[in-house]
Design a protein around this ligand. Sequence first.
Ligand code: NAP
Length: 263
Amino acid sequence: MNLGLKNKVALVTASSKGLGRASAESLAQEGARVAICARDGKTLKTTADQIANATGSEVLAIPADMNSSRDIEQVVKETVHHFGALQILVTNAGGPPAGYFEEFNDKQWQEAFNLTMMSAVRLIRAVLPPMRQEKWGRIINITSLSVKEPIDNLILSNAIRAAVHGLAKTLANQVARDGITVNNVMPGYIQTDRVEQLAQHSAERTGRSVADVLAEMGQPAPVGRIGQPKELGALVAFLASEQAAYINGVSIPVDGGRIKSAF
Ligand SMILES: NC(=O)c1ccc[n+]([C@@H]2O[C@H](COP(=O)([O-])OP(=O)(O)OC[C@H]3O[C@@H](n4cnc5c(N)ncnc54)[C@H](OP(=O)(O)O)[C@@H]3O)[C@@H](O)[C@H]2O)c1
């Protein structure tokens, strides 16, 4: 299938590693020109070079922190300036810290909201004008299965990502006539650095080994294992494609069937 992504311009945030990187890589494999960002500029540059070498697509590395409204504005500005357009946005950021309700004060809630919700709000606000200008756009938010099935020790993520889904569904109604779709991708457990850190947190709490926790994380999924980043990247590329024009306002899990509800 030709996804129609050749020479389209994509911005994937928080993308030097993990799910963001895998999404950028899938888009680049389909011929999109991709801007990536993360805080550590050195790792980011290495990732950009690796993706460009592996795919032959142009990859622009822009160091940026998704906590910063200035950085977010700058990253969109630089992408548009460099490529002359911006048609695909994949919002992603580092996850908020793990923990239970009693562990977080107001400041920590506000920081998590700033990172998880406001980064999406600010990115979308900045990309809508160039997308509307072309009457074509794809906005894909990487969230979590915890929106549908809250995970006990991830209260910040559970609560705030649900707000991102409210934002996405509302916007999906309002921008579709401009040729822009808005969808969410909900990862289950996918083997990235972030998941290895969560496994570490759980291992410390329970006195088990990290390897045991990782293996156990995969068990609730009917496929019996945790996922690989490229398994999520493939869905992101499809949602960004021409063929996905009639898929709008939905949230799709990539979780090996782990979510138990039928809908
Ligand atoms: N992996 C899973 O199974 C899973 C499941 C559900 C939800 N999620 C969510 O998906 C997101 C990505 O997770 P991941 O597993 O891919 O994590 P990861 O492997 O740790 O990668 C995180 C990436 O984001 C960048 N990043 C982190 N904080 C950032 C910030 N403030 N500004 C800009 N870039 C930032 C990191 O680079 P720098 O550190 O250099 O900035 C890195 O490139 C997280 O929000 C996570 O909670 C993941």
